[in-house]
Design a protein around this ligand. Structure first.
Ligand code: 5AD
Ligand code: SF4
Ligand code: FES
Length: 361
Protein backbone atom coordinates (compact mmCIF):
# COMPACT_ATOMS: atom_id res chain seq x y z
CA UNK A 1 0.00 0.00 0.00
CA UNK A 2 1.54 3.34 -0.98
CA UNK A 3 1.26 6.15 1.53
CA UNK A 4 -1.72 8.48 1.12
CA UNK A 5 -0.88 11.60 -0.88
CA UNK A 6 -1.33 13.92 2.10
CA UNK A 7 1.52 12.07 3.81
CA UNK A 8 3.74 12.12 0.73
CA UNK A 9 3.24 15.87 0.32
CA UNK A 10 4.46 16.36 3.88
CA UNK A 11 7.79 14.62 3.35
CA UNK A 12 10.54 17.09 4.06
CA UNK A 13 12.60 15.61 1.23
CA UNK A 14 10.99 13.70 -1.63
CA UNK A 15 12.63 10.47 -2.66
CA UNK A 16 12.48 9.22 -6.22
CA UNK A 17 9.40 7.03 -5.66
CA UNK A 18 7.53 10.05 -4.21
CA UNK A 19 8.34 12.03 -7.34
CA UNK A 20 7.21 9.26 -9.66
CA UNK A 21 4.00 8.96 -7.66
CA UNK A 22 3.33 12.70 -7.82
CA UNK A 23 4.07 12.88 -11.55
CA UNK A 24 1.52 10.11 -12.12
CA UNK A 25 -1.29 11.58 -10.01
CA UNK A 26 -4.73 12.19 -11.48
CA UNK A 27 -8.13 13.37 -10.30
CA UNK A 28 -8.41 14.51 -6.71
CA UNK A 29 -4.77 13.73 -5.89
CA UNK A 30 -3.56 15.93 -8.74
CA UNK A 31 -5.56 18.81 -7.29
CA UNK A 32 -4.08 18.18 -3.84
CA UNK A 33 -0.61 18.44 -5.35
CA UNK A 34 -1.54 21.75 -7.01
CA UNK A 35 -3.06 23.13 -3.80
CA UNK A 36 0.08 22.29 -1.83
CA UNK A 37 2.23 24.00 -4.49
CA UNK A 38 0.01 27.07 -4.43
CA UNK A 39 0.28 27.30 -0.65
CA UNK A 40 4.04 26.85 -0.79
CA UNK A 41 4.32 29.69 -3.29
CA UNK A 42 2.14 31.97 -1.14
CA UNK A 43 4.25 31.27 1.95
CA UNK A 44 7.74 31.37 0.47
CA UNK A 45 7.65 33.72 -2.52
CA UNK A 46 4.33 35.54 -2.13
CA UNK A 47 2.00 36.80 -4.83
CA UNK A 48 4.48 38.88 -6.75
CA UNK A 49 5.37 37.89 -10.28
CA UNK A 50 8.53 39.35 -11.80
CA UNK A 51 8.82 40.45 -15.42
CA UNK A 52 11.90 39.65 -17.46
CA UNK A 53 11.75 41.46 -20.79
CA UNK A 54 12.92 38.96 -23.41
CA UNK A 55 15.23 40.06 -26.21
CA UNK A 56 15.77 37.31 -28.80
CA UNK A 57 19.01 38.86 -29.95
CA UNK A 58 19.97 36.54 -32.81
CA UNK A 59 18.96 33.26 -34.41
CA UNK A 60 22.42 32.37 -35.70
CA UNK A 61 23.38 29.12 -34.01
CA UNK A 62 26.35 26.83 -34.51
CA UNK A 63 24.59 23.85 -32.98
CA UNK A 64 22.30 21.20 -34.34
CA UNK A 65 20.13 20.05 -31.46
CA UNK A 66 17.64 17.57 -32.97
CA UNK A 67 14.58 19.29 -31.46
CA UNK A 68 15.19 22.94 -32.24
CA UNK A 69 13.81 24.94 -35.16
CA UNK A 70 16.75 27.34 -35.37
CA UNK A 71 19.41 24.63 -35.47
CA UNK A 72 22.26 25.41 -37.87
CA UNK A 73 21.04 22.77 -40.32
CA UNK A 74 17.67 24.43 -40.89
CA UNK A 75 17.78 26.81 -43.82
CA UNK A 76 14.14 27.86 -43.65
CA UNK A 77 14.68 30.92 -41.48
CA UNK A 78 16.36 34.15 -42.43
CA UNK A 79 19.26 34.53 -40.02
CA UNK A 80 19.32 37.86 -38.19
CA UNK A 81 21.18 39.73 -35.51
CA UNK A 82 19.58 42.74 -33.84
CA UNK A 83 21.42 46.02 -34.24
CA UNK A 84 22.80 47.82 -31.19
CA UNK A 85 20.15 50.49 -31.45
CA UNK A 86 17.38 47.88 -31.62
CA UNK A 87 18.72 46.26 -28.46
CA UNK A 88 19.08 49.59 -26.67
CA UNK A 89 15.57 50.61 -27.74
CA UNK A 90 14.16 47.41 -26.25
CA UNK A 91 16.13 48.09 -23.08
CA UNK A 92 14.73 51.62 -23.01
CA UNK A 93 11.24 50.22 -23.27
CA UNK A 94 11.94 47.87 -20.35
CA UNK A 95 13.40 50.71 -18.30
CA UNK A 96 10.57 53.14 -19.06
CA UNK A 97 8.00 50.50 -18.15
CA UNK A 98 9.67 49.56 -14.92
CA UNK A 99 10.79 46.07 -15.94
CA UNK A 100 13.77 45.84 -13.65
CA UNK A 101 15.20 42.94 -15.54
CA UNK A 102 15.77 41.71 -19.10
CA UNK A 103 16.94 38.46 -20.67
CA UNK A 104 19.19 38.43 -23.71
CA UNK A 105 18.80 35.12 -25.51
CA UNK A 106 20.33 33.87 -28.72
CA UNK A 107 21.42 30.83 -30.64
CA UNK A 108 24.88 29.69 -29.61
CA UNK A 109 27.76 31.69 -31.04
CA UNK A 110 31.25 31.77 -29.61
CA UNK A 111 33.25 33.81 -32.09
CA UNK A 112 35.27 36.78 -30.88
CA UNK A 113 33.04 39.38 -32.51
CA UNK A 114 29.97 37.99 -30.75
CA UNK A 115 31.66 37.80 -27.36
CA UNK A 116 32.92 41.38 -27.71
CA UNK A 117 29.56 42.61 -28.91
CA UNK A 118 27.71 41.17 -25.93
CA UNK A 119 30.30 42.63 -23.58
CA UNK A 120 29.95 46.09 -25.07
CA UNK A 121 26.15 45.89 -25.07
CA UNK A 122 26.20 44.93 -21.39
CA UNK A 123 28.29 47.99 -20.58
CA UNK A 124 26.04 50.28 -22.58
CA UNK A 125 22.92 48.86 -20.96
CA UNK A 126 24.40 49.46 -17.54
CA UNK A 127 25.24 53.08 -18.40
CA UNK A 128 21.96 53.80 -20.15
CA UNK A 129 19.82 52.53 -17.28
CA UNK A 130 22.15 53.68 -14.46
CA UNK A 131 22.41 50.06 -13.40
CA UNK A 132 18.67 49.86 -12.81
CA UNK A 133 17.94 47.14 -15.37
CA UNK A 134 19.51 43.82 -14.45
CA UNK A 135 20.56 41.53 -17.25
CA UNK A 136 20.17 37.77 -17.49
CA UNK A 137 22.01 36.02 -20.29
CA UNK A 138 20.91 32.91 -22.13
CA UNK A 139 23.65 32.48 -24.72
CA UNK A 140 24.65 28.85 -24.38
CA UNK A 141 27.97 27.22 -23.59
CA UNK A 142 30.94 29.56 -23.48
CA UNK A 143 34.47 29.48 -22.10
CA UNK A 144 35.10 30.41 -18.47
CA UNK A 145 36.84 33.55 -19.68
CA UNK A 146 33.78 34.64 -21.65
CA UNK A 147 31.42 33.96 -18.73
CA UNK A 148 33.76 36.00 -16.52
CA UNK A 149 33.99 38.90 -18.96
CA UNK A 150 30.21 39.13 -19.31
CA UNK A 151 29.82 38.91 -15.55
CA UNK A 152 32.34 41.72 -15.08
CA UNK A 153 30.45 43.76 -17.68
CA UNK A 154 27.31 43.58 -15.58
CA UNK A 155 25.36 40.34 -16.23
CA UNK A 156 24.00 38.85 -13.01
CA UNK A 157 22.09 35.77 -13.98
CA UNK A 158 22.51 33.04 -16.59
CA UNK A 159 20.05 30.52 -17.98
CA UNK A 160 21.41 27.31 -19.45
CA UNK A 161 18.99 24.44 -19.64
CA UNK A 162 20.46 21.00 -19.13
CA UNK A 163 17.55 19.97 -21.44
CA UNK A 164 17.50 16.44 -19.95
CA UNK A 165 19.56 15.26 -16.98
CA UNK A 166 19.95 11.70 -18.27
CA UNK A 167 23.20 11.52 -20.32
CA UNK A 168 21.96 8.57 -22.40
CA UNK A 169 18.81 10.47 -23.36
CA UNK A 170 20.89 13.60 -24.05
CA UNK A 171 22.82 11.57 -26.59
CA UNK A 172 19.62 10.62 -28.42
CA UNK A 173 18.56 14.25 -28.74
CA UNK A 174 21.84 15.72 -29.95
CA UNK A 175 24.49 14.87 -32.53
CA UNK A 176 27.25 12.75 -31.03
CA UNK A 177 30.16 15.18 -31.20
CA UNK A 178 32.16 17.36 -28.79
CA UNK A 179 29.99 20.37 -29.61
CA UNK A 180 26.98 18.63 -28.06
CA UNK A 181 28.50 16.93 -25.04
CA UNK A 182 26.43 16.37 -21.91
CA UNK A 183 29.43 16.64 -19.60
CA UNK A 184 30.58 19.85 -21.19
CA UNK A 185 27.13 21.31 -20.59
CA UNK A 186 27.22 20.24 -16.97
CA UNK A 187 30.69 21.76 -16.61
CA UNK A 188 29.36 25.02 -18.06
CA UNK A 189 26.68 25.12 -15.37
CA UNK A 190 29.32 24.60 -12.69
CA UNK A 191 31.54 27.31 -14.17
CA UNK A 192 28.64 29.76 -14.18
CA UNK A 193 28.06 29.04 -10.52
CA UNK A 194 31.77 29.52 -9.72
CA UNK A 195 31.94 32.81 -11.56
CA UNK A 196 29.12 34.09 -9.35
CA UNK A 197 26.01 34.10 -11.50
CA UNK A 198 22.56 33.23 -10.23
CA UNK A 199 22.15 30.08 -12.25
CA UNK A 200 18.99 28.87 -13.92
CA UNK A 201 18.51 25.61 -15.71
CA UNK A 202 15.63 23.53 -16.96
CA UNK A 203 14.37 20.71 -19.10
CA UNK A 204 11.89 19.97 -21.85
CA UNK A 205 8.97 17.76 -20.94
CA UNK A 206 7.39 15.12 -23.15
CA UNK A 207 10.35 14.48 -25.43
CA UNK A 208 10.52 11.29 -27.45
CA UNK A 209 12.16 8.46 -25.43
CA UNK A 210 11.71 10.41 -22.17
CA UNK A 211 10.09 8.54 -19.26
CA UNK A 212 8.47 9.58 -15.98
CA UNK A 213 11.57 8.19 -14.29
CA UNK A 214 13.69 10.64 -16.30
CA UNK A 215 11.51 13.55 -15.17
CA UNK A 216 11.80 12.46 -11.54
CA UNK A 217 15.59 12.39 -12.01
CA UNK A 218 15.45 15.88 -13.56
CA UNK A 219 13.81 17.18 -10.37
CA UNK A 220 16.47 15.49 -8.25
CA UNK A 221 19.12 17.01 -10.50
CA UNK A 222 17.73 20.52 -9.82
CA UNK A 223 17.86 19.91 -6.08
CA UNK A 224 21.36 18.43 -6.14
CA UNK A 225 22.70 21.24 -8.27
CA UNK A 226 20.96 23.63 -5.89
CA UNK A 227 19.71 25.85 -8.73
CA UNK A 228 18.48 29.42 -8.24
CA UNK A 229 16.05 29.54 -11.16
CA UNK A 230 14.18 27.11 -13.36
CA UNK A 231 12.57 27.31 -16.78
CA UNK A 232 10.76 24.22 -17.99
CA UNK A 233 8.24 23.66 -20.69
CA UNK A 234 6.67 21.06 -22.91
CA UNK A 235 8.55 19.81 -25.92
CA UNK A 236 6.73 20.91 -29.08
CA UNK A 237 7.67 19.21 -32.31
CA UNK A 238 8.99 21.24 -35.24
CA UNK A 239 8.60 19.91 -38.79
CA UNK A 240 12.08 21.05 -39.89
CA UNK A 241 13.93 19.02 -37.26
CA UNK A 242 15.19 15.42 -37.09
CA UNK A 243 13.05 14.58 -34.02
CA UNK A 244 9.90 15.21 -36.04
CA UNK A 245 10.12 11.63 -37.31
CA UNK A 246 9.06 10.47 -33.83
CA UNK A 247 5.96 12.66 -33.65
CA UNK A 248 3.66 9.63 -33.59
CA UNK A 249 5.35 8.34 -30.46
CA UNK A 250 4.80 11.50 -28.40
CA UNK A 251 2.35 11.96 -25.57
CA UNK A 252 -0.68 14.00 -26.67
CA UNK A 253 -0.06 17.76 -26.25
CA UNK A 254 -2.54 17.95 -23.40
CA UNK A 255 -0.61 15.35 -21.44
CA UNK A 256 2.70 17.05 -22.10
CA UNK A 257 1.14 20.23 -20.78
CA UNK A 258 -0.24 18.51 -17.70
CA UNK A 259 3.14 16.92 -16.93
CA UNK A 260 4.74 20.35 -17.27
CA UNK A 261 2.31 21.79 -14.73
CA UNK A 262 3.10 18.95 -12.35
CA UNK A 263 6.84 19.51 -12.78
CA UNK A 264 6.38 23.19 -11.85
CA UNK A 265 4.19 22.30 -8.86
CA UNK A 266 6.51 19.60 -7.51
CA UNK A 267 9.61 21.76 -7.97
CA UNK A 268 7.96 24.62 -6.07
CA UNK A 269 7.31 22.26 -3.15
CA UNK A 270 10.88 20.91 -3.30
CA UNK A 271 12.73 24.20 -3.72
CA UNK A 272 10.53 26.71 -2.01
CA UNK A 273 12.25 30.02 -2.72
CA UNK A 274 13.73 29.63 -6.19
CA UNK A 275 12.43 31.56 -9.19
CA UNK A 276 10.36 29.45 -11.57
CA UNK A 277 9.28 30.72 -14.98
CA UNK A 278 5.84 30.35 -16.49
CA UNK A 279 7.24 29.61 -19.95
CA UNK A 280 5.91 30.64 -23.33
CA UNK A 281 5.89 27.02 -24.51
CA UNK A 282 3.17 26.33 -21.93
CA UNK A 283 0.95 28.90 -23.61
CA UNK A 284 1.59 27.32 -26.98
CA UNK A 285 -0.43 24.30 -25.89
CA UNK A 286 -3.04 25.90 -23.65
CA UNK A 287 -4.27 29.48 -24.16
CA UNK A 288 -4.22 29.87 -20.37
CA UNK A 289 -0.99 27.95 -19.98
CA UNK A 290 1.03 30.67 -18.31
CA UNK A 291 -1.72 31.60 -15.83
CA UNK A 292 -2.07 27.95 -14.92
CA UNK A 293 1.68 27.73 -14.27
CA UNK A 294 1.49 30.81 -12.02
CA UNK A 295 -1.32 29.19 -10.09
CA UNK A 296 0.76 26.12 -9.28
CA UNK A 297 3.99 27.81 -8.29
CA UNK A 298 5.67 29.80 -11.07
CA UNK A 299 6.63 33.41 -10.23
CA UNK A 300 8.48 34.77 -13.28
CA UNK A 301 7.15 35.70 -16.71
CA UNK A 302 9.02 36.89 -19.80
CA UNK A 303 7.18 39.48 -21.91
CA UNK A 304 8.66 39.53 -25.40
CA UNK A 305 10.58 42.69 -26.41
CA UNK A 306 12.02 41.37 -29.68
CA UNK A 307 11.12 43.61 -32.65
CA UNK A 308 8.12 42.01 -34.38
CA UNK A 309 9.93 41.80 -37.73
CA UNK A 310 12.29 39.12 -36.30
CA UNK A 311 9.82 37.02 -34.40
CA UNK A 312 8.85 34.63 -37.19
CA UNK A 313 12.54 33.78 -37.56
CA UNK A 314 13.01 32.78 -33.91
CA UNK A 315 10.78 29.74 -33.92
CA UNK A 316 12.47 27.12 -31.78
CA UNK A 317 9.17 25.24 -31.91
CA UNK A 318 5.95 25.58 -33.88
CA UNK A 319 2.87 27.64 -32.96
CA UNK A 320 4.85 29.98 -30.75
CA UNK A 321 2.53 32.74 -29.52
CA UNK A 322 3.06 36.53 -29.76
CA UNK A 323 4.38 36.58 -33.33
CA UNK A 324 2.60 39.82 -34.19
CA UNK A 325 2.25 41.47 -30.81
CA UNK A 326 4.36 44.53 -30.06
CA UNK A 327 5.99 44.88 -26.64
CA UNK A 328 3.07 47.00 -25.46
CA UNK A 329 0.51 44.33 -26.37
CA UNK A 330 2.45 41.57 -24.61
CA UNK A 331 2.72 43.82 -21.58
CA UNK A 332 -1.01 44.43 -21.24
CA UNK A 333 -1.82 40.85 -22.17
CA UNK A 334 0.43 39.53 -19.42
CA UNK A 335 -0.78 42.06 -16.87
CA UNK A 336 -4.30 40.79 -17.45
CA UNK A 337 -3.18 37.16 -17.24
CA UNK A 338 -1.29 37.72 -14.00
CA UNK A 339 -4.25 39.42 -12.42
CA UNK A 340 -6.51 36.59 -13.55
CA UNK A 341 -4.18 34.21 -11.73
CA UNK A 342 -4.66 36.33 -8.58
CA UNK A 343 -1.07 37.66 -8.51
CA UNK A 344 0.46 41.13 -8.72
CA UNK A 345 3.49 42.38 -10.67
CA UNK A 346 6.73 43.32 -8.93
CA UNK A 347 7.35 46.42 -11.09
CA UNK A 348 10.69 48.07 -10.47
CA UNK A 349 12.00 45.14 -8.43
CA UNK A 350 14.89 42.94 -9.47
CA UNK A 351 13.19 39.90 -8.06
CA UNK A 352 16.40 38.03 -7.27
CA UNK A 353 15.96 34.41 -6.36
CA UNK A 354 15.41 34.23 -2.58
CA UNK A 355 17.39 31.03 -2.75
CA UNK A 356 20.45 32.79 -4.17
CA UNK A 357 20.25 35.56 -1.57
CA UNK A 358 20.08 32.95 1.18
CA UNK A 359 23.29 31.32 -0.07
CA UNK A 360 24.99 34.70 -0.66
CA UNK A 361 23.83 36.98 2.14
N1 5AD B 1 10.09 22.54 -27.98
C1 5AD B 1 10.17 23.12 -26.76
N2 5AD B 1 11.25 23.79 -26.33
C2 5AD B 1 12.32 23.86 -27.17
N3 5AD B 1 13.53 24.42 -27.00
C3 5AD B 1 14.23 24.22 -28.13
N4 5AD B 1 13.50 23.52 -29.01
C4 5AD B 1 12.30 23.28 -28.44
C5 5AD B 1 11.14 22.59 -28.84
N5 5AD B 1 11.03 22.01 -30.03
C6 5AD B 1 13.96 25.05 -25.76
C7 5AD B 1 15.26 24.41 -25.26
C8 5AD B 1 16.22 25.59 -25.19
C9 5AD B 1 15.27 26.76 -25.07
C10 5AD B 1 15.86 28.07 -25.43
O1 5AD B 1 14.22 26.41 -25.93
O2 5AD B 1 15.04 23.91 -23.95
O3 5AD B 1 17.12 25.54 -24.11
FE1 SF4 C 1 20.98 26.32 -30.98
FE2 SF4 C 1 19.85 26.42 -28.54
FE3 SF4 C 1 18.43 25.64 -30.66
FE4 SF4 C 1 20.36 24.02 -29.69
S1 SF4 C 1 18.43 24.67 -28.62
S2 SF4 C 1 20.02 24.51 -31.87
S3 SF4 C 1 21.88 25.55 -29.05
S4 SF4 C 1 19.29 27.68 -30.32
FE1 FES D 1 2.32 38.39 -26.07
FE2 FES D 1 -0.02 37.71 -24.75
S1 FES D 1 2.02 37.69 -24.06
S2 FES D 1 0.27 38.66 -26.71
Amino acid sequence: MPEPIEKILEHSRFIKSDLVYLLNTGGKERLELFTKAKETKATFVGKKVYFRGLIEYSNYCKKNCYYCGIRAGNSRYVRYRMTDSEVLEAVDYAHANNYASIVIQSGEQTNKAFVNKIESLLKRIHLQTEGKVHVTLSLGEQSRETYQRWFDAGAHRYLLRIEVSNPALYLKLHPNNPGHDYHRRLDSLKTLRNVGYQVGTGVMIGLPFQTIDDLADDLIFFREFDIDMAGMGPYIEHADTPLYQYRDKLLPLKERFDLSLKMVAILRIMMKNINIAATTAMQTIDPQGREKALMVGANVIMPNLTPVKYRQDYLLYENKPCLDEEAEECKSCLEARIHMAGDTIGYGEWGDSGHFLERNP
